[in-house]
Ligand binder design. Structure first.
Ligand code: FNR
Length: 337
């Protein structure tokens, strides 16, 4: 049942029309004319607290559940991540925590990429025991805990009890020996959420904002009495990044399609950026070599922005001047008020 549902997700996520607004198109970087770096001086490696990576770009969590198809996709994504030298998160491991037979679906990621940076992934219904199994399954370098309240509510068979969530997050952060990243799945994060997460000891978030993969639409496709009002729910990713600035480490995801979008996320305050839906779509439609070419292209675009902006290192992008337009500007103005 669960693995069938996950394949449904993949099918729906890939067949969906794009978000009506590309929020990163409403962020303009203020151009600088006096580029004076040598391309070879530009370094895109990052340090994110205890995590080091050769690029701020990573493959974000996808394809939880079990089954041969999921295992195949995870293996292929891991090969791509290894060839590109980028980090990779796996999809929710909750099913494999409960059912040992499904563990190969994830173990393949470590097998294909023995030295890579890999993130484990659980829901906030997991306590420390479950989280530890997820981490060990992958010898993970970090753990993502996903928050997907809206998705669960729109999902006909979704969870309805979130009353243990805060305690679970707190316990996992306290006991884990690796970074714990609390992440959204496409509805974004507010400054109120960030404040509460900080009080639980959280230092890393992935804002998973609105503008990319839309799990309300995905789940609505699967129900007869649709909850249409949730199709436009959420905080746009650029705004979520701005709302999260008081967090130690901010990862951006949700609607990032290019190296220029990624650079905008870094300018707005993120330290790294993830892509999920576009990676999966490219893999399924084009195969591994096409996805590797796309990743190279994203890196080329990112370095090009760094060249124009005179940034030798990724962290120098943060705080460069930008201008907001449209919906994104409406959000920024009204939230500041
Ligand atoms: C996801 N995402 C996700 N996130 C998570 O934490 N656990 C999961 O199991 C999944 N599963 C999943 C399946 C599929 C098919 C997709 C496309 C996505 C959410 C993902 O990590 C990311 O936060 C959002 O998709 C927003 O990023 P994009 O897709 O707009 O780049």
């Amino acid at each position: 049942m669960r693995s069938e549902r996950k394949l449904d997700h993949i099918r729906h996520a890939l067949s969906h029309s794009e978000s009506p607004i590309h929020y990163f198109d409403e962020v303009d970087i203020v151009h600088q004319s006096l580029g004076k770096l040598d391309w070879n001086q530009i370094d895109i490696s990052i340090k994110l607290g205890e995590l080091s990576a050769s690029s701020p770009l990573f493959v974000n969590a996808m394809t939880g559940g079990g089954g041969e198809k999921t295992k195949e996709i995870n293996g292929r994504l891991a090969k791509v991540a290894r060839a590109a030298g980028i980090s990779m998160a796996v999809g929710s491991q909750m099913a494999a925590i409960r059912n040992k037979e499904e563990r190969e679906t994830y173990e393949i990621v470590r097998k294909e990429n023995p030295d890579g940076v890999v993130f484990a992934n659980v829901g906030s219904e997991a306590g420390w025991k479950e989280a530890e199994i997820a981490i060990d399954m992958l010898e993970a370098d970090a753990l993502q805990i996903h928050l997907n309240t809206v998705q669960e509510l729109v999902m006909p068979e979704g969870d309805r009890d979130f009353s243990n969530r805060l305690e679970n997050i707190k316990e996992i952060i306290l006991k884990a020996h690796i970074p714990v990243i609390v992440k959204e799945v496409g509805f974004g994060m507010s400054s109120e959420t960030i404040k509460e997460l900080k009080s639980l000891g959280c230092r890393y978030v992935d804002v998973g904002g609105k503008g990319g993969t839309n799990f309300s639409k995905v789940e609505n496709e699967r129900r007869e009495d649709r909850m249409e009002g949730f199709n436009s729910w959420g905080i746009p990713t650029p705004i979520s990044i701005m709302e999260s600035r008081s967090m130690d480490y901010v990862i951006a995801s949700g609607g990032i399609r290019s190296g220029v979008d990624g650079a905008k996320a870094l300018i707005l305050g993120a330290e790294a950026f993830g892509m999920a839906g576009p990676m999966l779509k490219t893999l399924i439609e084009g195969g591994e070599s096409v996805l590797n070419r796309r990743i190279d292209h994203i890196h080329h675009e990112l370095k090009s922005v760094m060249m124009v902006m005179g940034c030798k290192e990724i962290e120098e992008l943060k705080g460069k001047p930008y201008v907001l337009h449209g919906e994104t500007n409406n959000w920024a103005v009204q939230l500041r008020a």
